[in-house]
Design a binder for this molecule. Structure first.
Ligand SMILES: O=C(O)CCC(=O)C(=O)O
Ligand SMILES: [Fe+2]
Length: 337
């Protein structure tokens, strides 16, 4: 491999340290009480409390006993590996465009000042409707459609939707809300799955697989392979903590929307992916996003005399359009959505 283009070199502040604390601290949560036939309200209350503590103290947690069948994951993982092994020209046949920003992107490798990665995005419902432009008063809508390998992701996406639904209910309960409180936001979800491929980097000390960012949606559910590299900024001391791969577990993190809806009771936490000089790495991220027309603002339950609103409202779909179209303009954005 050749030398790293200077635009990929991270500033000192963002360069990964060699010796990074392992994430013993990131909570590991067993979801099996939800599955139990003899419904145990004490176990459920303990689970809700664990979720609440994890969201408050970390913004990140692992889940096990999550019912996502291993075969569904293995199938999509295999497809991902086969897809990224294709030639660049072949992959570019399904590349994202301004007209349909769903599919393959190698902006990470080819665009200046970006991340050492390639991605493939697929939406969970085909088509999804988004705003055609980021102009606030422009009401025009357009449809996004999946490209290959859509059908492979379908089974996986359905499983992830079920899991995200359960997690949103647990999070609602942990915030003292009705369990269905968030349901109305996801009637026509703009949720998508991203296959990530991080090739080995010629200079892992000064590059990143994925730069420091927060996730813009409601919730992210990620599975990483055994290479590792994901790091989370610990609340309290801002130390970068490496998220150790746990076989069979998913990593869940709170996105910006939960932070806003909860009026900062829970926070969306910064994270990044270290580059690796020897091994390529694969991960699969499921980004739970609301309907395009949803107005995002703190829930009224969290506004009172002591707690004023901490966020200005915005239309999710307008923000989403700005983000999706930004790769096709010369706009640099700092988060994922
Ligand atoms: O690949 C990973 O471990 C993290 C990916 C991520 O943070 C993202 O795509 O937003
Ligand atoms: Fe992320």
């Amino acid at each position: 491999m050749g030398e790293v283009h200077p635009d990929f070199i991270q500033t000192l502040e963002h360069q990964p340290k060699l010796d990074i604390t392992e994430a013993e601290g990131i909570p590991l949560i067993d979801l099996s009480p939800l599955n139990s036939l003899d419904f145990d309200t004490d176990a459920l209350a303990r689970l809700v409390a664990e979720i609440g503590d994890a969201c408050k103290n970390w913004g990140f947690f692992h889940v096990i006993n999550h019912w996502v069948p291993l075969q569904a994951l293995e199938k999509v993982d295999l497809t991902s590996r086969k897809f990224f092994a294709l030639s660049r020209d072949e992959k570019r046949k399904v590349r994202r465009s301004r007209a349909n920003p769903v599919g393959y992107s190698d902006f990470g490798i080819t665009k200046n000042n970006s991340d050492w990665k390639e991605v493939f995005d697929s939406i969970i419902e085909d088509p999804i409707v988004i705003y055609a432009s980021d102009e606030p008063d422009d009401k025009e809508l357009k449809e996004l459609h999946n490209q290959w390998p859509q059908e492979v992701c379908e089974g996986y996406n359905a499983e992830m939707q079920k899991l995200s639904n359960k997690l949103m209910k647990l999070i609602a309960l942990s915030l003292g809300l009705e369990k269905d409180r968030f349901d109305g936001f996801f009637k026509e979800p703009t949720t998508f799955t991203r296959l990530n491929y991080y090739p080995a980097s010629p200079d892992p000390q000064s590059t990143l697989g994925l730069r420091v960012h927060k996730d813009a949606g409601a919730l992210t559910i990620l599975v990483q392979d055994d290479v590792g590299g994901l790091e989370v900024k610990r609340k309290g001391d801002d130390e970068w903590i490496s998220v150790k791969p746990i076989p069979g577990a998913y990593i869940v993190n709170v996105g910006d929307l939960i932070q806003i809806w909860s009026n900062d009771k829970y926070e969306s936490v910064e994270h990044r992916v270290k580059a690796n000089s020897e091994k390529e790495r694969y991960s699969i991220a499921f980004f739970l996003n609301p309907s395009h027309y949803i107005w995002v603002e703190p829930l009224e339950e969290f506004i009172n005399e002591e707690n004023s609103t901490k966020h200005k409202g915005y239309r999710w779909g307008k923000y989403y359009a700005t983000r999706k179209l930004s790769n096709f303009k010369k706009v640099v954005t700092a988060g994922n959505c």
